[in-house]
Design a protein around this ligand. Structure first.
Ligand code: DON
Length: 335
């Protein structure tokens, strides 16, 4: 009798899990398709232009992708165009610092508080004792670059590049035109680097650090790369395709916590209120959001809102998270 009961339970579980396995890809693809169709014609926002070349990127490009922790891909729209990663690179370099020096170094040498201020705020440096405040604003990201243990500028860059490559699962290019365009106009970031150095919160030469940071931001990725980078975080630090461990699983919660509290700068509260997922944006138009232990949602669309976050990307991710009911605190409706 007991054996028969166990056998029926096993059969039931098998039927249910097969049904779920079959249902999941269809649903994911349908939701991604709907998100793309629903927001592709939105005309709000404008390309970043303080990095002059970003203003020339076609504004209508729009890509949406889900990459699961086991490497399944569900995509719609632009997947091939290589855009600059910009600030989406910041959590990944923070991950490298965590990997090399542990999470306490990030807390003590950079900080982990949201600023509530724009990504390039100089005022935050004067307001907060930590100065750099967190690794996702420019000040903290520049400090993170300076913390990578390196014996030369080239070594510093090579390590940061290799880390981004490992997250994406391929050798990523540097978009030299973007690098030049940004570095030539880097007066604000140069000011930030020098202020940090003045306060003892930058840990290598300011101009060298600025160059490596700008190169990091000029790394070229496509929407799919971004999805894969997020899926590596969703997969506890292991790239789903290469199988390579990039970050100790023990540090994933700490990294995602920073993304949840500061990934959208002065819009981070609004983002968690409406989407409920840790995520990171960049002025190149990319956003990556992570559903811990499950999958990543990545988008690419250049027009940004006032806070420097991609308008269509935010709409699409909120929609997908709402439809799939995956908000961290319960099923946000994406409103
Ligand atoms: O340092 C900068 O200003 C750029 N390289 C990156 C800023 C950025 O992407 C802000 N994100 N929304």
């Amino acid at each position: 009798m007991t054996m028969r009961l166990v056998a029926s339970c096993v059969a039931l579980v098998l039927v249910y899990s097969q049904a779920f396995a079959k249902q999941q890809p269809t649903d994911f693809q349908a939701v991604v398709d709907r998100a793309h169709a629903q927001f592709k014609d939105v005309k709000d926002g404008a390309n970043a232009d303080y990095i002059p070349i970003l203003a020339t990127v076609p504004s209508d490009m729009f890509g949406v992708v889900i990459v699961t922790r086991d490497g399944q891909v569900f995509s719609a729209g632009e997947m091939d165009y290589e855009f600059s990663i910009q600030s989406v690179s910041k959590p990944f370099t923070a991950s490298l610092v965590m990997d090399q020096q542990g999470p306490a170094a990030v807390r003590e040498k950079i900080g982990v508080e949201p600023t509530g201020l724009p990504f390039n705020s100089k005022m935050a440096l004067e307001l907060y004792a930590a100065r750099s405040v967190n690794p996702l604003v420019n000040a903290g990201a520049i400090a993170a670059v300076s913390l990578v243990k390196a014996d030369s500028e080239e070594d510093r860059w090579n390590q940061i590049h290799a880390n981004l490559n490992a997250y994406a699962g391929r050798e990523l290019p540097v978009l030299e035109e973007v690098y030049t365009s940004e570095y030539e106009e880097s007066w604000s970031n140069r000011g930030i680097a020098n202020l940090l150095y003045n306060y003892g919160r930058l840990y290598s030469d300011p101009e060298e650090t600025l160059r490596v940071y700008t190169r990091q931001c000029s790394t070229g990725i496509n929407t799919l790369d971004l999805g894969m980078m997020g899926a590596t975080l969703a997969n506890q630090g292991v790239n789903p395709v290469s199988g390579k461990r990039v970050l100790d699983a023990a540090h994933i919660p700490e990294l995602l916590a920073i993304m949840a509290t500061a990934g959208f700068y002065d819009e981070s509260g609004e983002w968690m209120y409406s989407a409920g997922l840790p995520a990171k944006t960049g002025v190149g138009g990319g956003i990556v959001a992570v559903v811990p232990g499950k999958f990543a949602i990545a988008t690419f669309s250049p027009p940004l809102n006032e806070a420097g976050n991609s308008v269509r990307g935010m709409q699409a991710i909120r929609y997908i998270a709402g439809e799939l009911g995956v908000g961290l605190f319960g099923a946000n409706k994406g409103e």
